[in-house]
Design a protein around this ligand. Structure first.
Ligand code: C5P
Length: 397
């Protein structure tokens, strides 16, 4: 439920704007107070009259509206909400946000606000996939803005692919997750996830079979309990969860930098399968195949991110959780790893191929703490994540 929550809804100018009317209805059904703002272009797709009627609040659209300025200044308007939602967020609006422009009421409010912002992009598939839009998205995510969608499917323009506005109910879910008042409300948690890619040359790299499923589920479970999550992910198979700050990286070194930038935080969960080695002096041009000659690769050790953070003197998170993927003597090896790395907990699992755990949907873990170990029955990775998130909430209470 969203009773008592005020949503500042910014409607961008795209064909998907018609779905914002449905979104307003769903939000109001759940008790939210919706304050609508339309860009000038949005007025080409939905009328201010319909928006006002459904929202039960007047629509704001003009930066130079003296009436509004007298009743409630624009800056004030940007701050009275619990959440600012931009739906649909068009490519143009995302570009202006990423640039920090303030050339109309919507962008001025977005620049002036200190309230969390959630965007629901919608645009033509080519526009979504364009490097410029992806660059803008990365900038916005890096600024702490969360994103829901876009969905993949048939588009109003006749093309097919990612770019459709997320369904109104999915946007409502993302809003509820962002506003969740769970036991981790106000806590900052970082989660690393996925594999790392260590370049050999510009086209080849060394990787591992981690899908990122367990780390993604943990980030989602922590977010559902109200935590403010920095999700630092290598190139994973599964999409990142909703409602978290996504920080994409490729190499272990980049992951280390991103982790350091996310400190301080209350808890850190290191679920990533970080490559132990990188290729020393990776080639900046493609290594040519030469008949009868095999290349020799030299390796260098990657930073141990978990051990580094667990052993920090300043800014050590209160709770540091590592993973141990083992193929034999799981509990003994994981217990030794906990001591060696200096972390508080280790979640250990058997990744022998016959378990089907690596890349699968289930996991069987042992939680190793200073008090010994607690073996959890085999369950879905989602359930493991929820159990772990609940234990983290207890530990931080
Ligand atoms: O030493 P090992 O790779 O088995 O340790 C696994 C744990 O350490 C995982 O939590 C993993 O995310 C973390 N780790 C790390 N940086 C590395 C290697 C592992 O954070 N370079």
């Amino acid at each position: 439920m969203l009773t008592g929550k005020r949503i500042l809804l910014i409607i961008g100018g795209g064909i998907a704007a018609y779905k914002s009317l449905e979104l307003i209805r769903r939000l109001r059904e759940r008790g939210a107070d919706v304050v609508p703002v339309m860009t000038e272009a949005a007025g080409q797709f939905v009328t201010p009259m319909s928006v006002t009627a459904l929202a039960g609040n007047p629509v704001h659209s003009d930066l130079f509206d003296l009436g509004t300025e007298a009743e409630m200044g624009h800056i004030q308007l940007s701050r009275v909400a619990d959440l600012v939602v931009v739906a649909p967020a068009t490519a143009h609006l995302m570009a202006r946000m990423a640039q920090g422009m303030a050339d109309d009421l919507a962008t001025t409010l977005l620049l002036a606000t200190d309230t969390p912002v959630l965007i629901a992009p919608a645009m033509n598939v080519r526009m979504w996939e364009h490097p410029a839009t992806q660059r803008n998205l990365a900038t916005l995510l890096g600024d702490g803005i969360t994103c829901t969608g876009p969905d993949e499917g048939d588009m109003a323009c006749g093309e097919y692919g990612p770019g459709r506005l997320a369904e109104p109910l999915a946007i409502v879910e993302a809003i509820e997750a962002r506003l969740a008042d769970g036991p981790l409300k106000g806590r900052r948690v970082l989660v690393t996830s996925g594999p790392t890619h260590e370049p050999i040359d510009p086209v080849r790299y060394i990787a591992n079979r981690s899908s990122g499923a367990q780390g993604t589920a943990i980030a989602a479970a922590l977010s559902a309990l109200g935590a403010d999550v920095d999700f630092i992910t290598g190139p994973a198979d599964v999409p990142p969860p909703q409602g978290v700050r996504v920080i994409p990286v490729e190499t272990a070194a980049q992951m280390m930098d991103a982790v350091q930038q996310s400190l301080p935080c209350d808890a850190a969960v290191f679920a990533a399968a970080v490559a132990d080695w990188c290729v020393a002096g990776a080639s900046s041009s493609k290594i040519k195949k030469k008949a009868g000659k095999l290349p020799t690769l030299e390796f260098a050790e990657n930073p141990d991110i978990l051990a580094h953070v667990a052993q920090l003197k300043r800014d050590r998170p209160r709770l540091v959780v590592g993973f141990a993927a083992e193929t034999d003597d799981v509990i003994a090896n994981a217990t030794a790893k906990r001591a060696r790395k200096g972390c508080d907990w280790i979640l250990a699992n058997d990744v022998s191929p016959e378990t089907g755990i690596m890349g699968g949907t289930e996991n069987a873990v042992h939680l190793i703490t200073e008090d010994g170990h607690d073996s959890w029955p085999r369950m879905t990775k989602d359930l493991v994540a929820r159990k772990l998130a609940a234990r983290i909430a207890e530990a931080l209470a």
